[in-house]
Design a protein around this ligand. Structure first.
Ligand SMILES: *Cc1c(COP(=O)(O)O)cnc(C)c1O
Length: 340
């Protein structure tokens, strides 16, 4: 498969915007090249458009070389960009599992690209053959999310592999919750799949949702092309600086605590007669089925606890999605549910 052939013609031939910082890259000097205000207030200079320091650090942490890392303004940015790179509006289409993260469909609609949703099997399991059968010669993108949101489960490695190997387009594998999963993701096998884009984020396990930093890992041709199409200064000075500081501490202790709390919350929920079904989870949330989701949702709101009502989504009838909180927050949740 020639990835270059999959790129839209206008993107393949794009002459990207060249920033002042692209033309001169020294460190010290008198900068009169970018029409900035010369008076230092920490924010008067444009950020590094290539996020070099941040990428070097992320390369160490993730064990992936910098040329295979794209940094976006949240995962939202690479999700939108893959449509702009690979899909000719109204001609190409994309395929995704359902139910899944809502942003793929929104990005498809904004880019005027048809999204074909393939319902997961009972128990939210993945049938690779069925997913592949929904593709045709105009399918450019295929979205998988593992652990999946809102169901919480990981898909078996073999099934994901089958999809990546057999699909003649780009597979976007969203691993936003992989740090909470019992199984490793696909990062260490990135080089085996030229058509794979892995999405990760600092919004969940790393606790930086407010800073907006999403990651895409792929072969250099895809990463280069994403970089040419993105807004030149997509990651601002403050985010680059604070993320670098935050990356000095390991998230492992918090991840371990959240995973342990997840076990405790699941046990508590299992004892509660209001809960009809607990869906297996590899993420920092759990999808539960109840008889009257809206009533339970409202009662929780009354107690100051906000969960996500997913009951109107096809395949999630009767379901609420509950994020794992601090031990105290989880106690409050379990106590409140007990009193219903
Ligand atoms: C939360 C989440 C993300 C993260 O999005 P950001 O824009 O990076 O905050 C990505 N994918 C899924 C499936 C999510 O649930």
């Amino acid at each position: 498969m020639d990835i270059r052939e999959l790129l839209r013609e206008n993107i393949r031939t794009l002459a990207p915007y060249s920033t002042a910082r692209d033309e001169y890259q020294g460190e010290l000097g008198i900068y009169l090249d970018a029409n900035e205000n010369p008076y230092d207030n920490n924010y008067n200079r444009y950020p590094d458009p290539h996020q070099k320091n941040l990428k070097r650090r992320l390369a160490e942490i993730k064990g992936v070389p910098v040329e295979k890392i794209f940094i976006g303004n949240g995962s939202d940015e690479p999700i939108d960009l893959v449509f702009r790179l690979f899909c000719e509006p109204r001609r190409h289409n994309a395929v995704s599992i359902a139910p899944t993260y809502g942003m793929y469909k929104v990005a498809a609609a904004i880019n005027d690209v048809q999204m074909r949703e393939v319902q997961l099997e009972p128990g939210f399991t993945l049938d690779a053959e069925k997913l592949l059968a929904a593709t045709d010669e105009n399918t450019r993108l295929l979205f998988l999310c593992s652990p999946n949101n809102p169901s919480g489960n990981c898909f078996p490695k073999k099934e994901i592999e089958k999809v990546i190997r057999r699909f003649n387009g780009i597979v976007i594998l969203d691993e936003a919750y992989i740090d909470f999963a019992g199984q490793p993701g696909f990062l260490s096998e990135l080089d085996e799949y030229p058509n794979l884009v892995i999405l990760q984020t600092l919004s969940k396990a790393w606790g930086m949702a407010g800073l907006r930093l999403g990651l895409a890992f792929a072969q250099p041709l895809i990463v280069d092309t994403l970089s040419r199409v993105k807004y030149p200064y997509n990651i601002n000075v403050v985010t680059q600086k604070i993320v670098l500081e935050q990356l000095r501490r390991s998230p492992d202790a918090q991840i371990a605590e959240i995973v342990s709390e997840r076990g405790r919350v699941l046990e508590g929920l299992a004892k509660n007669p209001v809960i009809r079904k607990i869906h297996p989870t590899d993420a920092n949330f759990v999808l539960v089925e109840v008889d009257e989701p809206r009533t339970i949702y409202d009662r929780l709101i009354g107690a100051g606890i906000i969960v996500r009502d997913r009951s109107r989504i096809k395949g999630c009838e009767g379901c609420l999605r509950i994020t794992i909180g601090t031990p105290e927050e989880n106690d409050r949740l379990l106590e409140t549910l007990k009193k219903l």
